[in-house]
Design a protein around this ligand. Sequence first.
Ligand code: SPV
Ligand code: MN
Length: 627
Amino acid sequence: MAIETKVDSILKARLEEADYGRLAAVANPALHRFVADAVELCEPAAVFVADDSEECLAETRRQAVKMREEAPLATAGHTVHFDGPKDQGRDREVTKYLVPAGDSLSPALKQIGREEGLAEVRGLLKGAMRGRTMIVRFLSLGPAGSAFCIPCVECTDSWYVSHSLDLLYRPGYEQFGRLGGEARFFATLHSAGRLDGRMVSAEPEKKRIYIDYGTDTVYSVNTQYAGNTVGLKKLALRLTIRRADAEGWLAEHMFLMGVRGPGGRKTYLAGAFPSACGKTSTAMLPGETILGDDIAYFRAVDGACRAVNAESGIFGIIQNVNEKDDPTIWEVLTTPGEVIFSNVLVKDRVPYWLGMGREIPGEGENFSGPWRKGKRDAAGAEIPPAHKNARYAVALRALANCDPELDNQAGVELRGIMYGGRDARAYVPVQEAFDWRHGIVAYGAFLETETTFAIIGKEGVPEINLMSIQDFVSIPLGKYVRNNLEFGARLRRPPVVFGVNYFLRGPDGKFVNAVRDKHVWVKWMELRVHGDAEALATPTGKIPRLEDLRRLFPEVVGREYTEEDYRAQFTIRVPENLAKMDRVEAFFREHVPDAPAAVFEVVAETRARLEGARARFGEQIGPETWG
Ligand code: SPV
Ligand code: MN
């Protein structure tokens, strides 16, 4: 197929023959137009069109180091990348949807008129790649060739971003070639913008991340943090949610794991947690298998819920990863293999991070540049050795416990879903929903959390983060909840829904969960899915029996479990739960004009159960009450 004349002349003029050949071999006019536009707008000195070959991947690795976007570390295959001090997380303030005239989005979503936003971001991208190479990458969200697959293209001037794409996603060039003009792809155009001497984006005040959902295109400029620049991550998730809405499936901010049960069976569970609330550490529990840690797609197939991981790698928080609690990832982070560390402390080519369980040197290089203990930022605050949101990027297949079904085109059957936030006061550590509707609403839609360091801004501010995906819901929020409710109704065997809360605090202000307790909750869920454990119905959901926990704790985490532990963890706190219902009701009334009736019904039902229980048992109801 011939390339349109004008597009072709741009590409021919700017691309070397081999790169032109690789691009032209994909017979997709919209793709050629996107790349030609990117070239004309950003004016790179060279264009590198990568395919899925090992040579192309090796070129990315080589250039990332040569251009000093990454530095090699002592362990073979390990590199470090730094983002600037103002570029250490997803940036909500400057991440906006481009809304075409006549369209409207939920007021809770950051947005800007399409024409105005496009002019602004394209203005910032104008000439942004002068003197640099634009890298064109083809990748696949979901297993290539499967019904779940979404082809993606990213044009970026960052070798670090290109390298991250290789670790985190499945190759997509061949898939693009096969689909040709049929490929309904997502596109990202990214430039790190002007760089300083450390190869760090120098103009963070001009950072913009705009999502043009009308054309499935994302623009990102003056940033390097992967959550803002790797288009297939949360930027594509926003586009995917719209596509899933139109096509009747679900795209979720969830991990996927296989949990071993009695008799050698394996049961697949998914989990939604806001960033930095225990998601990856749950997905990586030792002895279980990990299929994904961040983004999952669900489709109803013959009445079953089939799930795949959209990604094939992990961009994980490294803080608190230590040998004892996280042996599997510790192994990957301390032995040869391909790993990109970001925003850790580096001394003598060795990476250090907060909570690693080892002594951290008093000097080195970190996100602030050369660092020495006691160094302060412009506002006078002491700079920690490593950033709290320091991360690692690795391919899932590097993990010893990577689930063998990762690339299964049919996905796995999902049997349980857990929702968990950072809730100091109300919800118990684990509970099971009465049914799909109750779980989706009470644990998913009512998910309350405190903001964390993964998002730039103030930490510890309580907020509702619906299903831990609110920032990415690009359709009306009520519609998103309704889609979830209806999805379950189409299933013969819907996944069992659980609510978890690793962050409940006791009257003394201390957490009532130990770090590894989550493993017991997950094992209990596995039993519940198969009807192999009983549960006790409380006003907020079904909780484990003491006798099951007494058996599971020593078995799973090697610790005795006492009646005292049980009371501390599973006492139903009536006033706190009623107050939660007030907050969520106010949120939905104010911010979700299209909230489904089920939301208010679940509020009313929960209140009635709590008030009924209070009349009989008082305000703090011990778990033995329900036996
Ligand atoms: C998260 O913060 O939820 C992440 C990392 O998974 S990123 O969205 O890429 O910043
Ligand atoms: Mn995430």
